[in-house]
Design a protein around this ligand. Sequence first.
Ligand SMILES: Cc1cc2nc3c(=O)[nH]c(=O)nc-3n(C[C@H](O)[C@H](O)[C@H](O)COP(=O)(O)OP(=O)(O)OC[C@H]3O[C@@H](n4cnc5c(N)ncnc54)[C@H](O)[C@@H]3O)c2cc1C
Length: 353
Amino acid sequence: MKNSERVVVIGAGVAGLTSALQLSKKGYDVTIVAKFVPGDYDIEYTSPWAGANWMSFVKDNERLANYDRITYDVFQKLVKECPDAGIWPRRCITYVRQEDLDKQSDILGGLLDARPWFADVVGNFTTLDPSTLPKGYCQGIAYDSVCINVQVYLPWLQSQCFANGVKLKVVTLKHIKEAMHLHSSGYKADLIVNCTGLQASKLGGVMDPKVYPGRGQTVLVRNHAPAMYSVSGTVDGDDELTYIMSRPGGGTILGGCYQKGNWNGTIDPNLAQRIIRRALEICPDLEKDFPLDIVRHNVGLRPSREGGPRVELEYMEGVGKVVHNYGAGGAGYQSSYGMADHVVELVDLALME
Ligand SMILES: Cc1cc2nc3c(=O)[nH]c(=O)nc-3n(C[C@H](O)[C@H](O)[C@H](O)COP(=O)(O)OP(=O)(O)OC[C@H]3O[C@@H](n4cnc5c(N)ncnc54)[C@H](O)[C@@H]3O)c2cc1C
């Protein structure tokens, strides 16, 4: 099917770029407008700060599980067919403490299950023998996943968009209605796709009160880890996390935290020390070849949303047809193709009429 309708996508994070790519593959005439684009670093732009990996924490939610399932398959295909995308196969290992099982914290959701929803979706899912777990952990799983070097992947996604005819304009919008007049053809757009992430809480016409930041802080080191690790909790408080992601050709990310409602974009040096201490406890092999060697410290704000991400068609008074795609929280990469495919379905529906 060839669609020549004009679509403006607001946002050049992973949500906007993936939506634009999938729409362009269906033949839509797509222009992306965004304040920040791949290569930029800003606290208002979450995508460059992610780890990132595929580690679904969905629990009892078919819609979200489906987003992650679709994306897992696409990532596996990219691993095989597009070595230039910056996505690499990695074993993903999660250790669980008894006290976190008792509390059933929301942050790790289904990862606390001995057999999570994705056990039959991922490759080589294994329940770890308790006698092999590090001290203090009572349950563990391992499976084939991917690590994404976002500094490689975001420009790659952007170049895929360009190769499919997508245009890009660097623009800051005050109100969503401005996007209708920013299509590269010079003609009014038929539809807007809103992928503004956390800024959906501030953009005129949207101002979604359900959107809030989930602050994350990480340390990028030059050292190598043999796998990706995460644990269910820490001794340093409920809003701190421990995870390790060894990037393809780009060192290892040590995390982290999930600080709900915290907009602070500056590095907390004490938190950085705790992150490093915990990472070395869980993976002493990080220092197998040389002492820990820090590249930089990072802070990013996950675009979280009460009730989950918004992927929805809206007919906005004084604006026109809008498909929203924001609020993925800590899952923006691992759900990206599922969410973008849902966007395409909604755009098809809206423009068929
Ligand atoms: C520390 C950390 C670790 C993470 N790890 C993972 C992980 O391992 N796996 C995973 O799946 N996810 C992870 N995430 C989450 C993931 O990074 C986010 O879900 C994702 O990047 C959100 O992308 P987005 O495109 O919705 O938003 P953004 O990347 O913030 O992009 C928003 C875009 O909209 C534009 N925009 C907004 N408002 C306006 C305006 N008014 N005018 C013009 N343009 C505008 C911005 O300029 C930008 O281009 C992590 C996040 C953090 C912080």
